[in-house]
Design a protein around this ligand. Sequence first.
Ligand SMILES: [Ca+2]
Ligand SMILES: [Ca+2]
Ligand SMILES: [Zn+2]
Ligand SMILES: [Zn+2]
Length: 545
Amino acid sequence: MMTRLVVITYVLLQLIGCAVSQNDPDGWAYLEKYGYFKRDDGNSASLRSSEFVTQAIMKFQRMVGIPVTGKMTDETREWMKKPRCGVSDNVGNSDAARKKRYALHGDKWGHTDLTYKMSRSSSSLDKRIVEKELQRAFDVWTKHTPLTFTPSRSNKVDIDILFSRGNHGDGDPFDGPSNTLAHAFFPSSGGDAHFDDDEPYTHQTHHGVNLFQVAAHEFGHSLGLGHSDVRDALMAPIYNGYQPSFELHEDDIEAIQELYGRKVTADVATKKPYPKPTRGPVINIPNICRDSAIDAITMTEDGTTYVFKGEYYYRLNAYGLDSGYPKKISADWEGLTGPVDSVITWKNGFTYIFKGSNYWKYENMRFVYGPRSIGKGFPGLPDDIDAAFVWSGNGKTYFMKGTEYWRYSGKDVDYGYPKPISVWKGLPNEIHAAFQWENGRTYFFHKESYYRYNDKDFNVDSSYPRPTGTWWLGCPDKEQIIQYDKDHANGNADMNMIPPDNSEKDLDSDQWVGVQDSSSTNSISAILVTICLVSVRFINNSRYS
Ligand SMILES: [Ca+2]
Ligand SMILES: [Ca+2]
Ligand SMILES: [Zn+2]
Ligand SMILES: [Zn+2]
């Protein structure tokens, strides 16, 4: 009888998934703490709806490289118990579509001769050993970049390092032995690195936690790197255990060189001097971040999301804009020049681009035909369509223009259309772009904002509209941009941008605009990079919440 009861209890516990830990039975606190979802979005019941939780678990499984089941498997629980970095994993939703697996935070230092100091040392290791291990950790990055790190006693250093327990004044308390080992701030937030002094930091042994490796990882954040989903990369979020002959992974090298370029050898340096370095982090702000109203957006059949604006198009990844963009529409979409009016991708795999009174047909980016007349191919539709989308609510096709919308099925406009856009509760008139994303939700874009539609309530989800720039394009917040403009308009005369060494990446150097001259400080636009080819990805923004 007793045995049976135990078995039943065990089965019940398994069924309701109570096995991770007493405090966090389903891993929700873990998933929330490390950026897999946010509590403030919607009510907690819907937040924990099965789809939402499944997605979060899948993202975690993908990040740590275990089978992606969407279920709280034993393996998943085991991985959640492993010691790790306290910085959020900032996972988007389309890792499969990401070309690069590492993530950049989106900002970097504007100078390469960085300074650091240790404000408070470890209580488990001799201070001299700590100092040596920290310098070794910096050397990991020095080896592959032009960066140098010099210890300093000055109060003003770039990277301040401290060992501390529990609450230590930055709103992100440490959690005692194990779990979070350390955390660090990105350059725009100061670049400091904090280590949990409750951890048994060691050196040159398999016991305890290897300080050198954890420090090298945290300094990666201090330099602007996010977490990587390559399990063996240094920037993977989970602590990998002591590696006696540590080498930086190719993934980490690629990531850091995207920000700072390769190590400048004496030979190269004489040929190609860098502009005078500056103090403070440099945020590269692409033009689209300053005006994030878009013309059109679509996700093609292969799962890639494209944004169209003016003569250019952008490819998006889980964090924002892909590097190497924008590109000219006319260069890659055969037969077409921007700007376009609207784009739609149908379940049959074809993408239709509308412009004026014509449309073009593509399969992913492969040209099929065009231009053809909207009047002939889509009888009943007007020219100059604002937005076109397949609504997730019923799978039907809709077109919007001005204050009206059309429903389209088969080969004609449905009876009774157009109707006023006011039928769509919560949406403004003049929807500039719309599409159904890979999570099955429909998004509407108006000016610089976007709305996520709740197909069940037939209304816009609460907490929308949101800024398109921050959530889709990976731009800094508007306030950050304004602050940045202020900081750099006021007497920061010799601010020069240092382009990363992209010589092998086929980039035009004249697409970088630095400040030439302090007299032009009135013109903010003169100070800023016109077109930025390094994607800006901000770790705190996940459009998937
Ligand atoms: Ca800890
Ligand atoms: Ca449009
Ligand atoms: Zn980390
Ligand atoms: Zn801290």
